[in-house]
Write a protein that binds this ligand. Structure first.
Ligand code: ASP
Length: 280
């Protein structure tokens, strides 16, 4: 194999014959690239993750402010065009008569960025938190970017957003065992007196010393498969209380999840995909 080329990976799928399914997530820092193109930088990774062209990919646009039908329509159209281009037919949950059923029937779930507080508030209001968590833990692939990546974490405490609306709790989907800070940057304008991103994360760790925070740089993503987390792209920083901040590159392994946290226990059969092969 030529140097620098990675071996092909199997698409996200339930593990046949295993006693339970593993969670499969693709968590992107951002959607738009510096050149303005939408989701193109991660196109190859998204296709490798989802596998063969398919329908029933469900998009959740709830991070779009102000949360009107128009805002969701516009967001849904933009994301649908990007996924159509990759060979996947996507529908938006705001078009579904029964959002809970739409999640259960989805072949894959996609949660886009925007305002993280708005996203979480709307997920609570629609009663979707538990059902999304249940489906992903039983094998439904999950793609998120920005706020959609943060909401996959135990809480949304490491978002960069302003709390423009108050969700019932900061508790989020808890699909991974660490926190993400999306759009991570070390850039700090000369003379700017506000906290750096690293300082804000350090403050979080003062109160939450048991938690690991991944500062995910633009153009980076995490591929989570059960307890394994692979970094792809420009890089990330790992923040842990009492440890020096570590640079993470895509060639180095970092242990972020314990195997015990990878599976749901005893609730793997409420999603349609659990009973039939989704990837043919
Ligand atoms: N507002 C960001 C996004 O969804 C999330 C963040 O910066 O934490 O793009």
């Amino acid at each position: 194999m030529p140097k620098g080329r990675r071996p092909p990976r199997a698409p996200a799928r339930k593990v046949a014959g295993a006693s339970a399914e593993i969670s499969q997530l693709l968590l992107l820092s951002n959607s738009r690239a510096a050149d303005g193109t939408y989701l193109t930088w991660a196109r190859g990774e998204i296709q490798a993750f989802l596998g063969a062209p398919r329908s029933r990919v469900l998009f959740i646009p709830y991070a779009a402010v102000p949360g009107t039908r128009d805002a969701y329509d516009a967001y849904g159209q933009r994301v649908r065009a990007a996924f159509d281009d990759m060979g996947y037919h996507l529908v938006s949950v705001h078009e579904a008569a029964d959002p809970v059923q739409a999640v259960r029937a989805a072949a894959a779930l996609v949660i886009g960025g925007g305002n993280t507080f708005h996203l979480l508030t709307r997920l609570y209001a629609a009663g979707l938190l538990e059902v999304i968590a249940e489906c992903v833990r039983s094998g439904t692939p999950y793609i998120g970017w920005s706020a959609g990546s943060v909401v996959a974490c135990p809480t949304i405490s490491t978002t960069n957003d302003m709390p423009i609306i108050a969700p019932p709790s900061l508790r989020a989907l808890g699909l991974v065992q660490f926190q993400i800070n999306a759009h991570y940057t070390d850039v700090h304008p000369l003379g700017h007196q506000g906290e750096t991103r690293a300082e804000r994360i350090a403050e979080f760790l003062r109160l939450q010393p048991a938690v690991t925070v991944v500062g995910l740089r633009e153009g980076s993503l995490l591929h989570v498969a059960g307890s394994e987390v692979r970094l792809w792209g420009t890089g990330a920083r790992i923040f842990r209380a009492g440890e020096p901040v570590a640079e993470w590159t895509q060639h180095a392994g970092v242990r972020l999840q314990s195997p015990s946290g990878q599976l749901s226990e005893g609730r793997a059969h409420n999603c349609e995909r659990s009973s039939k092969a989704r990837f043919s």
